[in-house]
Design a protein around this ligand. Structure first.
Ligand SMILES: [Zn+2]
Length: 279
């Protein structure tokens, strides 16, 4: 980074406006990954924005269904889910589903939104997670699965946008002309990760997660939709059990993340240093 005090230097902002921006590849990914945590933050009086990278047009078993028809349907489902959760804003970037790649265009679009909303926390897919598979000897009847390429692409686009692009005034200079100043988020929370280090107690909002997912009518058959709240509670109870085993935390229902701190404000650093000195 260059001299920030040089004549003509543009200030990099670090004071957030939104608490969190949750970025998913498809409509429903933010729901699965972080909706109970999103709803919890909203309940605490914080502002949350969701971003959907693709148009969701490959998310159906019916090839005859028109792309545009499915896009409109899925965006409507996502808006309804956000309403259930209390999420204040949702943005649709509408890149083609199934073909998302890390390009100038996709990085610019995400950088623009980060500078526009200035979220303290960015929540998204872990781009390093390619394969989920149990040990075939330990669990001979369990199958593994491959993480969707759009999920990996989303994680990689978002991380590149967080660093270096959103904070660098010389990146995407056309954004300065739109009035969007460089901004640095403070933390990353990655979902669907193999390197979990953080558990959020979502006992207060776990039912909202199930109800939000039920809004995605096009994605589930009626039977699965009916059982959604129950399934979501079962899964979150397993995550809470893991939180107990790994960190000794007592929670009934939890969501889990790989959390990475990237900017600690000076005043927070001073507080933490004080607390460490007292301990
Ligand atoms: Zn997805």
């Amino acid at each position: 980074m260059g001299d920030r005090t040089a004549a003509g230097a543009v200030e990099m902002l670090t004071t957030p406006d939104y608490e969190a921006m949750v970025i998913g590849a498809h409509p429903d990914d933010c729901d699965f990954g972080a909706s109970a945590t999103s709803a919890l933050w909203v309940k605490q009086g914080k502002k949350v924005v969701w971003v959907v990278m693709t148009n969701g047009a490959e998310g159906s078993e019916i090839p005859e269904l028109g792309d545009e028809e499915l896009r409109v349907m899925r965006e409507q489902e996502q808006r309804l889910a956000c309403e259930v959760l209390g999420v204040q804003a949702v943005e649709f970037l509408r890149f083609p589903d199934g073909h998302l790649t890390n390009t100038e265009e996709t990085r610019r679009a995400v950088t623009r939104l980060i500078r526009k909303y200035r979220p303290r926390v960015i929540v998204t897919h872990d781009p390093t997670q390619h394969i989920y598979a149990p040990d075939p000897d330990a669990e001979p009847n369990a199958t593994g699965y491959i993480n969707h390429p759009d999920h990996r692409a989303t994680g990689s686009i978002v991380l590149d946008s967080v660093f270096p692009f959103s904070g660098n005034p010389r990146s995407f200079r056309e954004l300065l002309a739109e009035g969007l100043q460089p901004y640095r988020p403070h933390e990353l929370y990655l979902f669907f990760s193999g390197q979990i280090n953080t558990y959020i107690d979502v006992s207060e909002t776990i039912n909202l997660k199930g109800q939000g997912l039920q809004c995605h009518v096009s994605q589930f058959n009626p039977d699965d939709r009916e059982k959604m709240v129950e399934r979501v509670r079962e899964r979150a109870a397993m995550v809470a059990k893991e939180a107990k085993e790994k960190k000794g935390l007592d929670m009934e229902f939890a969501e889990s993340f790989r959390r990475i701190k990237i900017h600690i404000p000076v005043e927070v650093k001073a507080e933490t240093a004080g607390a460490e000195a007292e301990a």
